[in-house]
Design a protein around this ligand. Structure first.
Ligand code: EPZ
Length: 425
């Protein structure tokens, strides 16, 4: 059996310019939203990460036809012949985002059968908000073994006040409401850029959706939605990860297409550390020149526009190598500190109590044998490995491949010493 792992070596200060891929957390929900239409839609700027291929398999298992053009990062998805509303356990187990097909299936076909979703290790990842919303819209929800069945002869409009601005719940309710006669309102909706990209494509399909001030989304249902052509927004999380790789190696990087205006709180923290950060005209493009003596900064992860939870692990690496003490508090997920143990192996001084990490900066980290526990932790460990003295190995690279099209390739082009090796066992 071939088990692949990364070898990460201390690298020179990363330098250069890097392109970005389309946003993983936009393309997955947008692919699911195409179930609402019947016909051929075209998506551009698609990141071909493993999760995207999982979503392709899921759509094909429902009867959709998918044409891939990897060279132009294009997907053509024909949903004319969707004949099934059941998503098999194998696909659901591998990707939590599969839950996002439930709203579109219910809206278009009045039924959905899905295995309880899996995902990664960062917490229970319940879907109570999704299911309660569908039940309130009139769907009958039942659990038979590990399968969830939802059925509704018709869905009814509702006014939802979300107890937490859940990204997935906002997206699922919105998609279900686009074909539900009447006005559905979502108060305390998620405001992530990926939610706005979904709104943009739904409006192109003919949905009547409006984002009102203070995070209220209003949807008035229509009879039918049409296939469309859409370009996925750039991935702000990939951009943040590349910026941090340049920061921790004391380098300089230019991301000409980075959505700087979607990263403001994060970029502000990098500036507070002493790094020189410039955002381009109209908020497009980010240039970072690292300081040689970064200052430690503290932060709490929050729903957008607060500090993104998906950059918490990579930003922790920067704090481990900064001057001073910082406190990082994870408020979004209940178990998103699995990277701490791995960074401690490298000599990081981190005290963890629940989801609060107190970090005392050190001069150097040392190479170690690392195990990646989830998507964003895997990116953090890659960054730590190219900044640390000596050599590290990292297993669990399937997490990296799930979340990024080719993070290692982008980093190698900037001078990072990363190689993929396989171990025959
Ligand atoms: C989306 O996950 C993203 N995934 C996550 O990115 C991201 O970290 C998260 O939003 C927050 O920004 C995709 O878009 C595919 P939530 P989602 O619903 O929708 C709890 C990555 O690494 N909750 O906003 O699952 C939940 O347990 C991934 O790219 C409930 O309790 O996030 C969590 O603690 C990781 N009940 C919190 O809310 C529910 O029904 C935030 O979850 C739903 C959520």
């Amino acid at each position: 059996m071939h088990a692949e792992f990364l070898v990460l070596e201390k690298s020179p200060a990363l330098h250069g310019s890097s392109e970005l891929s389309g946003a993983k957390n936009a393309v997955l929900v947008i692919m699911a939203s195409l179930i609402l239409t019947s016909g051929k839609s075209t998506l551009h700027n698609v990141p071909f990460s493993h999760d995207v291929f999982q979503m392709i398999s899921l759509l094909e298992s429902l009867g959709a036809q998918v044409f891939i053009d990897a060279d132009t990062h294009t997907l053509i998805i024909d949903t004319s012949n969707i004949s099934s509303c059941a998503v098999n356990a194998d696909i659901m187990r591998k990707m939590r985002a599969s839950i996002l097909v439930m709203g579109p299936l219910l809206a278009r076909f009045g039924k959905a059968a899905i295995a309880l979703p899996g995902g990664c290790l960062i917490g229970d990842r319940p879907i109570d908000m999704h299911l309660n919303a569908f039940a309130r819209m009139g769907a009958g929800i039942s659990l038979d073994g590990s399968y969830l069945y939802a059925q509704a002869t018709r869905l009814n409009p509702q006014r939802f006040i979300l107890s937490y601005p859940s990204v997935g719940a906002t997206e699922n309710i919105m998609m279900a409401a686009t074909l539900t006669e009447g006005k559905t309102t979502i108060v305390n909706a998620a405001l992530e850029p990926e939610v706005f990209d979904l709104i943009a494509i739904l409006q192109k399909m003919g949905a009547q959706i409006e984002m009102l001030p203070a995070g209220v989304i209003e949807i008035v249902g229509v009879k039918e939605l049409k296939p469309v052509t859409h370009t996925i927004i750039m991935d702000r999380l990939e951009a943040g990860t590349l910026l941090l790789a340049a920061a921790v190696t004391g380098g300089e990087i230019n991301l000409p297409r980075a959505p700087g205006s979607s990263l403001e709180v994060f970029l502000e923290k990098l500036s507070e550390m002493g790094h020189s950060v410039d955002i381009g005209i109209d908020g497009i493009g980010v240039h970072l020149k690292a300081t040689k003596s970064p200052r430690a900064v503290s932060f709490k992860t929050m729903p957008y526009p607060g500090f993104p939870t998906d950059l918490q692990a990579p930003m922790m690496v920067a704090q481990c190598l900064a001057d001073g003490t910082s406190v990082i508090t994870e408020t979004v997920f209940e178990n998103r500190m699995l990277h701490v143990r791995e960074l401690q192996k490298m000599g990081a001084h981190i005290e963890l109590e629940g989801m609060v990490a107190k970090i005392k900066g050190v001069d150097v980290l040392y190479g170690a044998s690392l195990i990646a526990p989830d998507i964003r932790a895997s990116a953090a460990l890659v960054i730590a490995g190219v900044a640390a003295q000596g050599t590290s190995t990292m297993t669990g690279i399937h997490h990296l491949l799930r979340g990024y099209q080719d993070l290692c390739g982008s980093l190698q082009k900037l001078g990072a010493r990363i190689t993929v090796q396989s171990e025959v066992s």
